[in-house]
Design a protein around this ligand. Structure first.
Ligand SMILES: *Cc1c(COP(=O)(O)O)cnc(C)c1O
Length: 415
């Protein structure tokens, strides 16, 4: 089976566009619960969950059953026709949120693209067109031309200019910067409540409340990007529930269908007037297979109480990690909510740490070289957390010992 890994690496290197660079050298063949298994039959503890996608872990029976039985019946039909599971998913999402109207698409970027179009359309349809959209520095909203314009990271934008016009960026958690920028030409403010892709940085409660007030004052729509924070990850179904604000539009994707591609835009009835007949659409969006999968995810979350579990397991994990910070000089701080956790490092060794974790059989993410990100499946248990922490601490000891050796060497040379 080792050949399969080498062969896959060879094909990838030769034929796949080089956007992911050198990947972690592994091919996974299957998974079960919190574990993934490689071609070498090695078992890995999955603490990144496909970057907040595998909300139910791997091989969840309810999800597998829903997908396979739907696949036998009908995988896709056009949006020319009514689709039972699409209508049902829209109802379910509306019933658990502020939203009255839902649109379904296929990814996070597409959901934000749709939300941005909706905001522009909303003011156009009212007869008072507005173009300006404010987002935050270091934000991440996707990889399409418009969502990279919304994204506050210039390295993702520069090669592709000119971008969609109308976007401005302000420092995150800075109320006065937002007050200065928001005006009567602002159609929307788009924000994450925890900036996931830049290292898991939560928004302040006061900041989000103030942004809501600014939106009320200027008439701008508040779009909350919950693509990473949504679907129970932070300990409530939506993270906005912990900020005591009502958004006008929310976007979802990643964990919503447990790994089947999907995106969702949730809106108030008022905001949804931004689209009229023919204004938007999608070939695949909301198709029977993806929506059946999402319904199974919502059912499983409800029946297994996974949001409460994410909350309690998440705070247990964070508490234990904070203890590790006290005992390990390599760790600086722990950030996040529920099961979306960033571990800030005191030295730029996140990539090395990710690799060492991989060698030890645990899968984590790194953000830049200064943070480790954890976004495990919501099914994670406290017992499993203690297994993970034991292996993770071994990695820390190893790296710190290696450090001590280098330091000693240095002093020896000097002497
Ligand atoms: C992942 C992510 C996106 C983009 O989603 P894709 O499915 O990769 O297009 C957008 N916003 C946030 C906050 C994300 O975490």
């Amino acid at each position: 089976m080792e050949k399969l890994l080498e062969w896959t690496m060879h094909l990838d290197n030769k034929y796949y566009m080089n956007v992911f660079g050198k990947r972690v050298p592994v091919v996974f063949t299957h998974g079960k619960g919190i574990y993934l298994f490689s071609t070498e039959d090695k078992k890995y503890f999955d603490m990144i969950g496909g970057i907040a996608v595998n909300s139910l872990g791997h091989g969840n029976p309810r999800l597998v059953r829903a997908i396979s039985s739907q696949a036998r019946k009908l995988i896709h039909c056009s949006n020319y026709y009514y689709i039972e599971s699409q209508a049902e998913l829209a109802r379910r999402l509306a019933e658990i949120s502020f939203a009255e109207k839902v649109f379904l698409c296929n990814s996070g970027a597409e959901a934000n693209e749709c939300a941005i179009k909706l905001a522009r359309g909303y003011f156009y349809r009212k007869g008072t067109p507005r173009s300006k959209i404010i987002s935050a520095s270091r934000s991440f909203h996707g990889r399409t031309m418009t969502t990279i314009a919304a994204t506050g990271q210039s390295q993702m934008q520069l090669p592709f200019e000119p971008l969609t016009p109308g976007f401005v960026h302000v420092p995150y958690n800075d109320i006065s910067a937002m007050i200065k920028e928001a005006d009567s030409n602002t159609c929307a403010i788009i924000l994450e409540l925890i900036q996931g892709e830049s290292g898991v940085f939560p928004a302040d409660l006061d900041y989000i409340k103030a942004v809501r007030d600014i939106c009320n004052d200027t008439g701008a729509l508040l779009i909350i990007d919950e693509i990473q924070t949504g679907v129970g990850r932070t300990g409530t179904f939506f993270a906005y529930e912990q900020y005591y604000v009502t958004p006008d539009v929310v976007t979802l994707a990643k964990g919503l269908a447990g790994g089947v591609p999907i995106g969702a835009v949730l809106a108030t009835k008022e905001a949804a007037t931004g689209f009229e007949l023919g204004d938007h659409g999608s070939t695949f969006g909301g198709n029977p297979l993806a929506t059946a999968a999402a319904i199974a995810v919502l059912d499983e979350i409800e029946k297994k109480n996974l949001i409460a579990r994410a909350k309690s397991t998440g705070s247990y994990l964070q508490k234990k990690l904070i203890k590790l910070v006290e005992n390990h000089p390599l760790l600086k701080e722990v950030r996040g909510k529920g099961l979306l956790i960033g571990i800030g490092l005191s030295k730029p060794v996140a990539r090395e740490m990710k690799q060492k974790c991989f060698d030890a059989g645990i899968l984590v993410g790194s953000v830049g070289d200064s943070s480790i990100r954890l976004a495990p499946p919501l099914i994670l248990t406290k017992l499993q957390v203690s297994f993970f922490l034991k292996d993770f601490e071994e990695v820390l000891f190893d790296m710190e010992n290696a450090d001590a050796v280098t330091v000693n060497k240095d002093t020896e040379v000097k002497e």
